[in-house]
Design a binder for this molecule. Sequence first.
Ligand code: COA
Length: 332
Amino acid sequence: MTHTPRSVVIQGTGSYTPGDIQTNDDLAKIVDTSDEWIFTRTGIRERRIAEESEQSSDMGATAAAQALERAGVEAADIDLVIVATITPDMPFPSTACLIQTKLGIPNAVCMDIEAACSGFIYILEVAAALLQSGRYRHALVVGTEKLSSILDWEDRTTCVLFGDGAGAAVLGVSETPNVGLLDFKLGADGAKGDVLYMPGGGCAVPATPDSLDRRMHFLKMRGREVFKMAVTVMEKAAKEILEQNGVNSDQLACVIPHQANLRIIELLAARLEIPMDRFYLNLEKYGNTSAASIPIALDEAIQAGRLKSGDLALMVAFGAGLTWGATLVRCP
Ligand code: COA
């Protein structure tokens, strides 16, 4: 079989965040914290919290249905579903299979990929490569998280940072050269896994009364170390992808960073010498939604008219693993 190089383009996006808004003042009633501390250290004012009955697959399916509608693609035309999440509804079946059923997608290859907050960039690269192979026509990629289900609501150093939500995109191929997902720069450093992790719930520490007592089924983090690594790896990934594509940072119309902390983004902006007004920000409203962060921001940026035809955009993320990733996109 001969392969012609194809562009992989984003045909439609969607997002969903739960209706329940938890403000910093609400959190100050649960743990010893304040709106002033949280806002000045992170830039976060509020986050969304899913209902008990609302799972990652429900939020992901809602965002995905919107993406399908905006793309004008029928469920029957999707032959690949890839979900990025660290909060699957359950260890198996995959959240991708659950979303497939919820959307009535009759036949597709469905899988979850776990790369924490870098997950959406990871699944974009995997989906793009599979579409370029010519063996798939349309991919549905979804980042969805119910982080409220793994937060320790007695640990003020972590529970104030995260929120719930989902974002999705439909990808397809185009014969127009040099549009869509132009390139990727992904990486990981497993040796740094212990700065941000959840010890319990896998085969190493299954659920027992002891593991519950020791609060091992909650996210654990050494925030300061994560902060420094985040800036370093995102700067590196961004600079490498710009350089390998001969792009100057002033050619970027928009940067969509992982929405973890405003101070991390400000440092990144300074190191890349890109003005802050070119960064799309929504972390004030949602906090860090891990794998959902980039696709929610991407969808909002598109709906807000921040990405026009011909524009170049950079998406860049980091997360537990450590993992990181950047992708360069030209709007068709
Ligand atoms: N409210 C009030 N005080 C808090 C607090 C909270 N929610 N959380 C921590 N503190 C206290 C600490 O106990 C510490 O007190 P001490 O000095 O008496 O020991 C003090 O504030 C400073 O803590 P520190 O951890 O040094 O603060 P920081 O400036 O590094 O900010 C983070 C903490 C978590 C906001 C910051 O390190 C961060 O954002 N890191 C990156 C985390 C991240 O993005 N994770 C997701 C990766 S995908």
